[in-house]
Design a protein around this ligand. Structure first.
Ligand code: FE
Length: 300
């Protein structure tokens, strides 16, 4: 069929038959269906290929969050938010990057400092510390730093039932000087499930499904835009080759290897890896798209 014949068919198919359509839904669904009709036509997609693709989407359900990251949708949404903020003059904050599908709401809150590991998780001891600052460079007392990361096998508690509840997760309330710190173990990178639907698609695209080692954060405070970001552990072989496209300039702090902690603060005994990182928040702006993203999240 040519484009005119396809468009005429689509006009018939999209006519409302009961009640008033929601104009935005109607316009967006109409556009997606039209683009898919064109795709089927241009690539001469066979009925068997079409049903195979439909079954793939149906079976991929639990991995849709990974597929959205792997195809770059999540990064694309980040870049669009950056652009919207820049147009309003909101610049200079810590770069945002993807949330991913592995946050769990309800982590216990700690004042100023938290220990994330239970002492039984193998790996290099990590001490990460810094401040939460506003765009004026002043501390943001009481800012909430939510942190979550994978263990030495690249697995996240809750999704990995062998770890205790909220292992390697915490909500840390910054002190009066905007300072936060946490002790944990250095995470390693991980990959999408090798036998899963995401990897099946990546194989067909000639792509890997690896993520470099990273730590996730939400940083929030009244009057400031919520920051969703990650820091990467420097030196990871996939640092700039993340299947989810999340690595960004400004999110790869130095990792200092320390032989021991002066004064044994935080109960650290022996060598540890130290990361110092300040979070810079942007002021809230009435015209900016919401930085608090609505999405289905796990809660425990
Ligand atoms: Fe992650």
């Amino acid at each position: 069929m040519n484009r005119e014949a396809i468009d005429a068919l689509l006009d018939k198919l999209s006519a409302p038959s009961a009640g008033q359509p929601d104009p935005r839904t109607q316009a967006i669904v109409g556009r997606i269906v039209r683009d898919l009709f064109y795709t089927i036509e241009d690539f001469d997609v066979t009925p068997s290929e079409f049903w195979s693709a439909l079954n793939y989407v149906a079976e991929a359900g639990p991995e849709m969050g990974l597929i959205a990251a792997g195809l770059g949708f999540e990064h694309f949404l980040d870049v669009r938010l950056d652009e919207a903020e820049a147009k309003l003059g909101l610049e200079g904050g810590t770069p945002r990057t993807i949330e991913g599908p592995l946050y769990v709401a309800g982590a216990p809150e700690a004042d100023g400092h938290a220990r994330l590991d239970n002492g039984e998780s193998p790996g290099e001891t990590l001490l990460m510390q810094g401040r939460v600052l506003g765009d004026d460079g002043q501390p943001v007392p009481g800012a909430l730093v939510e942190v979550w990361h994978a263990n030495h096998l690249g697995n996240y508690s809750y999704f990995d039932s062998t770890q205790p509840p909220f292992h390697l997760r915490a909500s840390i309330r910054a002190d009066a000087d905007g300072r936060y710190s946490f002790r944990s173990v250095v995470p390693v990178g991980y990959s999408v499930p090798p036998a899963g639907k995401t990897q099946q698609l990546l194989d067909r695209l000639g792509r890997h499904g690896h993520r470099p080692a990273h730590i996730h954060f939400f940083v929030s405070a009244p009057g400031h835009r919520k920051l969703t970001t990650q820091i990467n552990i420097d030196g990871d072989p996939y640092l700039w080759d993340d299947f989810a496209f999340a690595t960004r300039e400004g999110l790869v702090p130095d990792v200092k290897r320390q032989p021991q902690h002066n004064g044994n603060a935080f109960g650290i005994d022996g060598a540890f890896a130290q990361i110092e990182f300040d979070f810079h928040l942007l002021p809230e702006h009435a015209s900016a798209p919401a930085a608090e993203i609505e999405r289905l999240r796990a809660a425990a």
